[in-house]
Write a protein that binds this ligand. Sequence first.
Ligand code: ATP
Length: 361
Amino acid sequence: MSNRKKVVVIPGDDAAPEAVYPTVDLLRSLELDIDFEFPPSGGSAEETHGTGFPDETRAAIDAADATLYGAGSTSSAEIVRYLRWGKGTYANVRPARWVPGCKSPLAHPEKVDLIILRENLEDLALGIGGDLEELFSLGLASKRAGRSLQQIAQEFGGGKYALKVITEGGAERIVRYAFELARERRAAGKRGKVTCGTKHNLIPEPDGLFRDVSARVAEEYPDIEYENWLIDDFARRLIVEPEEMDVVVLPSLYGDIFSDAAGGLIGGLGLCPSGCYGDDYAYFEPIHGTAPDIAGQNIINPTATIRTAGMMLRHLGYANTADRLEAAIDAVYAVEDRLTPDQGGSATTTEFCNAVGDHLA
Ligand code: ATP
């Protein structure tokens, strides 16, 4: 049986493909035993196949060892839905590590080396919501406002709701993942600490559950430091004492928001990779969106996508090559050579990737 790995590449929409294609070229230059496949997807597949997610693309994802995903607009939404809920990729690992040369707004960005671990499948990410009227028959009331939901809605002419859903099992597996990750980081010489953030005073049901589960799981890991902050207090701490953060485990929405914030601390979204892991599958995507405002200009910063590819290589068993790739990126920043405009340079995406390639050679 061949040991070759198969990676499905979904380039995504707007500016995302401009980062993905040269990233795959870099990976190919490493001459690993990986085959890259580009099944039809997104906007172009809508034109040719009448859907952004044809059956053959789903089959390719199923047959692959991992998927590398750029960033998608609505035409790729079904693909993401499948990669997340279809594949059970509940753990979204979002590292934020500053390296010299990156344009951080902080005086001491060298303190930032953390991971936002975002629960990927529950919370507001489930997308359960609708018109308030749908809930009237449940007889819900606000103790704080002293009124029924119906009264509140009718007074203000109706409205919408979204459900914040957190399950015990969903919370437990992501928190456990956080502690295992912290142990790995400690073994690698890092702090090895878990921080949890919730708004359990305002939202005692789902956020209280998440906090209680995290505190319970923490007792099983006495070797790992653990703390829980109210999410607003966490926001302040992330800015004033980022060196206190190592693995930060958060429900989906907070994880989404604070991974962008952590990205801001190190110099912007163009630097931030991520991997989404489940028990049987993993896919990899930068945390940024499709950057439509800079599409077609060949100036998107591919660092996030290349580091994302590095996380994928690690997952596929190529840890040494992933280290080489990371070191090559760091070297480009260290000499502030051929940086893209978001980092104060004037290089194109292509020129940045060539610089990484030169340091790899
Ligand atoms: P989404 O909602 O899909 O996450 P978004 O609305 O947060 O997307 P992004 O596409 O992430 O938006 O872009 C936000 C801003 O950051 C835009 O101005 C975009 O150009 C910029 N940006 C995002 N990614 C990069 C990148 N890799 N390089 C340079 N600029 C980027």
